[in-house]
Design a protein around this ligand. Sequence first.
Ligand SMILES: CC(C)(COP(=O)(O)OP(=O)(O)OC[C@H]1O[C@@H](n2cnc3c(N)ncnc32)[C@H](O)[C@@H]1OP(=O)(O)O)[C@@H](O)C(=O)NCCC(=O)NCCSC(=O)CC(=O)O
Length: 281
Amino acid sequence: MEVPFFPSLFSSVKSLVVKQALFPTLEEWLVNQPKIHEFSWKKGKTPGSSQRFLTLTVLSYISFTFILSQVSRPSLARPVLKSISALHNIFLVTLSFIMALGCLVSIFSQVPNFRTLVCFPKRTSPSGPLFFWGYIFYLSKILEFMDTLLIILGNSMKRLSFLHVYHHSMVVIMSYVCVNSAQSSFSMVLVTNCAVHVVMYTYYFMCALGVRPKWKKMVTDCQLLQFWASFLIMAMLLFYHFTGSGCSGIFSWCFNAAFIVSLLFLFSDFHAKNYSPKVKP
Ligand SMILES: CC(C)(COP(=O)(O)OP(=O)(O)OC[C@H]1O[C@@H](n2cnc3c(N)ncnc32)[C@H](O)[C@@H]1OP(=O)(O)O)[C@@H](O)C(=O)NCCC(=O)NCCSC(=O)CC(=O)O
């Protein structure tokens, strides 16, 4: 059985994209490089892939955040802090763009049809270009801890919210689980999240340069939209899982779904508090 509309849309877009003059060059750089093409996630061997590393990383993040928020901190001169912020943000804009592009090109190059995009066959092993970009995505979530340090060093303790710390700690665990369990449809989530992060880190970059973009609400709207899109993906995944021979990483998807529900709740609350007509922007 097939879901309506999306499989034919995927085939049409794929045949259009692969015909573009730039596609072979992008494929050469972002898919066929030996390090990318021959990537294989080996739990405990690939750097950062052990459970001990994950546990220590997340616990260190939470402990340092708690300790640094309690003690008196050295105050960085505002121009220094803003310069570090600007560099960090522009780096993440670029990295998010490359990850989104790399994963998209890998999808069009390697994934034969829409069903496989949504539902990896059972016993898929986390290797090849899609999982290479998944691995880089996981490592980038550790780099995003720097956001918290910037908030602390900027003494904007009001912005060190539960949402912020919860999101940053959980998202590392979720992306680890995605790669480790060869979770179906993670590549779609990766592309949407990286696209949203290009917008979000551009927003923060402009803030660091002293320009307050008028489109802050649009950033939050994009974030909410990606969570709703995840439910659509999840519905299709469940459809394929129960009408076919099962999808890889279905149990980790349940874990992921609970995380997305919690984010949807927290971001809706953030939206209501920041943009309701009674609140001054
Ligand atoms: C519009 C948002 C992206 C950000 O809302 P905020 O309320 O944090 O935004 P703000 O206007 O107060 O932020 C501007 C201030 O942030 C400083 N700033 C600059 N770079 C930063 C960085 N990389 N991380 C955190 N803060 C940073 C600026 O210099 C400026 O400081 P100054 O004020 O001193 O000039 C929103 O939608 C949102 O996500 N809110 C939740 C809070 C959060 O932590 N979000 C990020 C991770 S969640 C995420 O990433 C979800 C996802 O996966 O999509």
